[in-house]
Design a protein around this ligand. Sequence first.
Ligand code: GLY
Length: 468
Amino acid sequence: MELHLFDASVYSSRRAKLKKSFTGNGLLLLPGNNECGMNYTDNQYPFRQDSSFLYFFGLDIAGLTGLVDLDSGDDFIAGEELTVDDMVWTGPMPSLSELGNRVDCSKIISPGELQEKIAAAIASKRVIHLLPQYRGENQVKLAALLGCTIPALSGYYSEEFIDQVINLRQVKEEAELAEMEKAVNISNDMHLRALQFTRPGMKEYEVGAQIEAIAKSRNGRFAYPLIFTVNGETLHNHGQHNTILDGKLVLCDAGAENEMHYAGDLTRTFPASEKFTTRQKEIYEIVLGSMDHAISLLKPGTTYLDVHRAAAENITDGLKALGIMKGDTAAAVEAGAHALFFPHGLGHMIGLDVHDLEALGEDKVGYSTAIQRKKLFGWKSLRLAKELAEGFVLTVEPGIYFIPGLIDQWSAKKLHAEFINYESLDVYRDFGGIRIEDNYCITATGSRKLGAYLPKTVAEIEALRAGG
Ligand code: GLY
């Protein structure tokens, strides 16, 4: 088997930081993921390790559990050694001790020994800290280990464990940034392939296969299900059955996970034909202007809430210039009128997860005690709002969409009629949507784009579409 790992000391140093900053005591229980049957036990979905387990224990192998004893300072990996019988099916595997050495963890215990440690901890009333669990299989495994019901697991979910993991994982180390550059560069090539290969008359899935082939040819995979669609107004449109027709816009939201499991997340929107129509170009320029403005604001100390607001105001100004919106820009955005066209947030953290750390709670990673999530349509979908800090990596992804069902609903209610010229919207009903997205790292003084430049201006996109 082939394992992709950082230097062993990276993992022990992360665990040491976790132990040092933890104020509570007891045991930190960190289950890795198990294999998951697709239609019978031995025919499994592609394995994906849990990202927090990967961060602290590195091993991309199913069926392991990490244990950190905050009181003794010891770290353990629990797992079953493979037998020769198993290896008939899997091929030769290093022993767990050899694997432990690769992540600087010498204490290997069996599942039975883990069970004894947990039972002893419960008997002596030691605190056991868990992170929230998003997989049913892990909930079942942990409930059995802890001798509790599945609903009772939430009693073990530990605010401090969540906060400490977020504090560590959200600030990317140099070695992680190098991996993220690789993931974004694979993602770039996926987009270049889509931009150069797509022709009117093709099915969306034909291009989708080409995009996926680039990730696979670099020993990667999709970091999230591909969005490649002529109906870009549907934000997470995963169907790919449509024929790509001349005159339509094509929205490609595709990101690679590289072999170290870091994600890229990029979006480009391009004409099915070689050139944008005038109407498409006008809306595209607004989205691009809003993106560039947002990028210019990225720096430590700025809140992403303010960057989102600035992007939304920029979009509102652009739509006002086209006669689609009207009135006071700041008031329109504060009221949420812009969300008819820009109903999602400007971006999210990205790292080992494409929406990094959101398994631990979207508000936990994206908000702070100073900044609470708004409930208003559009604003409520902002995943990241808190103050930015050096080492954060995030997406910047403004968009403008014309969603017929939403337009009809708002128009019937005359919602925000002081800010929206509903009569102007008829010609945009079959427009679709435009989103443009890149990934940025917050530096000491501003930000740095990850990966090579991926064409995004109208002229650059049209040149690529024309075979340039
Ligand atoms: N790029 C897909 C997402 O952020 O959900």
